[in-house]
Design a protein around this ligand. Structure first.
Ligand SMILES: [Zn+2]
Length: 254
């Protein structure tokens, strides 16, 4: 086939083909320099997005990985990679306040200050054991259980809503608060896990999903590996979260 008669490949065609072949649709091009030969090559790195709307291929891959991690990790009774520092433990900012939790555009810089967390001050502090799996409970007749928990984290009410989620009384409904909470929710949840790990005494692991409630306030469903006293969870949720707009979370656990 000559060049002139070759069909033109449009960006749409390339995208469709990439999705079909489960290849990243928006790879990052990076230059790699071989220090010894001085030769430069270009490599394409997958974007690694977890959102289907951003990259269906990478999101699908991430989802499959999560499913496998969940299936393998949920019931395990020994620590994974014992002795090897995990990303979690290396990143552990015990007692430090994150000045800026967000990565910058290049995804590289992480700014931290050494101020002590104010919102953790009122919470009980227990030594955090270097374990992620939950405790074993043994019955008198020798059966062993390693219970887990299901927790729902919700934001407080802004006023009564109708069955369709619209405010009953728009003049008193706290729209401003609702909007601010929706913005701060990721930070609140982040803080919740950090404080929970301090108070529960082990490196709590979980699987979670954020969903909008009928009133459109976000809430979080989490499956936590290991059992934590309900009062501890309530206390952490109630704990002041001043840097997140002074909001408290409420929880339900089963
Ligand atoms: Zn991708």
């Amino acid at each position: 086939m000559s060049v002139a008669t070759m069909p033109r490949i449009t960006p749409e065609m390339a995208r469709e083909l990439a999705v079909e072949q489960k290849v990243c649709i928006r790879p990052l091009l990076r230059r790699v320099l071989d220090q010894q030969t001085g030769q430069e090559t270009r490599v394409a790195l997958p974007c690694g997005s977890t959102r289907e709307s951003v990259c269906p291929s990478c999101a699908d891959k991430a989802r499959r990985l999560r499913i496998q991690q969940c299936a393998e990790g949920w019931h395990r009774d020994i620590e994974p990679d014992a002795g090897q520092p995990t990303r979690e433990s290396m990143d552990d900012d015990d007692d430090l306040e994150s000045a800026d939790d967000d990565l910058d555009d290049s995804g590289a810089r992480r700014v931290r200050s050494t101020r002590r967390r104010q919102d953790a001050a009122d919470l009980p502090r227990v030594p955090v054991e270097d374990r992620t799996v939950g405790r074993v409970f043994e019955t008198p007749d020798g059966r062993r259980y390693r219970p887990s928990m299901f927790v729902t984290i919700t934001l407080p009410s802004y006023g009564k809503v109708k069955p369709n989620g619209a405010p009953v009384d728009p003049s008193t409904y706290d729209y401003r608060r609702a909007a601010l909470d929706a913005l701060h929710f990721p930070k609140l949840v982040d803080r919740f896990w950090q404080n929970l790990r301090r108070c529960a005494g082990f490196k709590v692991q979980y699987f979670a999903a954020v969903e909008p409630q009928k009133r459109l306030a976000p809430h979080l469903h989490a499956a936590i590996r290991g059992a934590i006293p309900r009062e501890t969870i309530r206390q952490v949720a109630r704990g002041p979260t001043r840097r997140c707009g002074g909001r408290n979370l409420t929880t339900r656990s089963t």
